[in-house]
Design a protein around this ligand. Sequence first.
Ligand code: FAD
Length: 493
Amino acid sequence: MAARNRVLVVGAGPAGLAAAARLLEEGQGRLDVRLVTLGHHVGGKADSWRDRKGRLIDHGQHVVLGWYREMKALLRRAGVDVEAHLVGNGGRTFFYEPRDEGVHELKVARNPLHVLLLALGYSGLSAGEKANIAGFVISNFASFAGGQDIEQFDDICFTAWCLQNGLSPSIVQTSAFYASRDAQLNWPGEISAYLMMQQMHVVGRDYRTTSYAFCDGGMSERFWGPLLRYIQGMGGEFRMMRKLTALELDGDRVSGAIFAEPESAGHHRVDRSEHRSAFEGPVPVKPETRALDQELDHVICTLPASAFRLLNPGDDRFWGIPEFARIQNVRSVAPLGLQVWHRERLTRRYDTVIAGLEGPLRYVIDNKHIIRDYRNNPRYGAVLYFVGQETGYEEWGDEDLLGLCLENVAKLPGFERIDRKGVDHYRIVRHRSPAKQYFLTEPGTLKYRPFVRTPISNLKLAGDWVRGELDFPCMETAVRSGIEAADAVLEAA
Ligand SMILES: Cc1cc2nc3c(=O)[nH]c(=O)nc-3n(C[C@H](O)[C@H](O)[C@H](O)COP(=O)(O)OP(=O)(O)OC[C@H]3O[C@@H](n4cnc5c(N)ncnc54)[C@H](O)[C@@H]3O)c2cc1C
């Protein structure tokens, strides 16, 4: 009998979980799959956990879009009743527009022409601006609808492209416009025109709906935990608290992976005097825990770009490989989340995201009616999740961020009772660690991003920043990338 191939999958975010599941589903018993990850939760940047009082903590809010076909299919195969755990947004988002200090509703578009129809109905725009959008969409329809090669637009920022092609400067200053690109946490910088068009193509091409939904509980409890159990049920091995620090090469192959145990005290190595939350930098490792794993035939590495860049420090051979050297040019941002458990209820029910807030936390949602734990809990009237990234606000303490967010929401109808007095508890999640940073989709970086297949014959990369069918960082991209990497291994194994 032929020896079984040993596949090491590093990282247990959506990409690593998808890769491990696919290998076991399709490997027909030919593979030994070992999934190894840094922390002690599964789900990566989409994970969730509970604090000592049992409150659910998330990185912000994870939206599951209607067209996340592969992610949902994978979860269903793992036995998750996905639809039972998704609470729909009613096909709409709200935007706070500072110029008229109003909250305006926008339905979610299904295709470029639908964008036009919705824009024409958006109460946050003047009649002249609506006419301008109509002309703009019609004259640039080919770019939005997939009629031309759009990769050429990667070096241009989306806002500049829109202005050059006739969109009025007043429109690019609306929250509704900002949020279309801000959703990838790329402020104060810009997003590439290619990435925005690519999203429109994906939406317009082959998916039924762009409406989105929220999970009714912790993502790790509802989705990633059952997926891990599915992997283990198929014979996959799982090891946590192992930090990959280097990949050893032998010719054009990976011959070993060097791991060390993370130092959990590293989480607390921060200046608490300012009441600042944890994860200030790279997760330190315990001395004397370095171990070389040579039991591998193939490796799928799903580290975020920010963590991949720290592998093999000083190793000129590894970083001399042009495909890897280019990765040093991409950047990432530190995600920021704020959760506020408030005693008072909102006087207006939104049940979806309100975008367009000022500062680093631009989105807010009330999870009181979304997350099951809170629905009938009389202690909490509102459970507000704010999400964003911290660029420009790195020096702000937790209490300052809370103050800014409360001030921002005080302007919104329905939030009249939300003030500092009513805060039962709050929690900032501030991820500066490279292991948790989010890929920055700035213009001109497509050429630096790697593909799933690398020049190292038995090394595949996967993750939301690795080039593939979608190219914009989200859970579905990560899942598809993991599946693509697994398929490449299955082909070779
Ligand atoms: C605040 C916030 C909000 C978001 N909102 C949405 C949303 O609404 N919808 C959506 O689709 N996506 C959203 N995302 C993006 C989504 O979370 C990511 O696209 C997705 O998690 C990427 O999956 P991944 O597997 O590629 O990487 P990750 O999720 O980053 O997983 C990587 C894994 O590798 C591990 N790791 C890192 N370094 C090492 C190392 N040295 N050794 C071993 N293991 C290591 C990590 O611990 C982690 O388990 C959001 C992200 C953030 C931060």
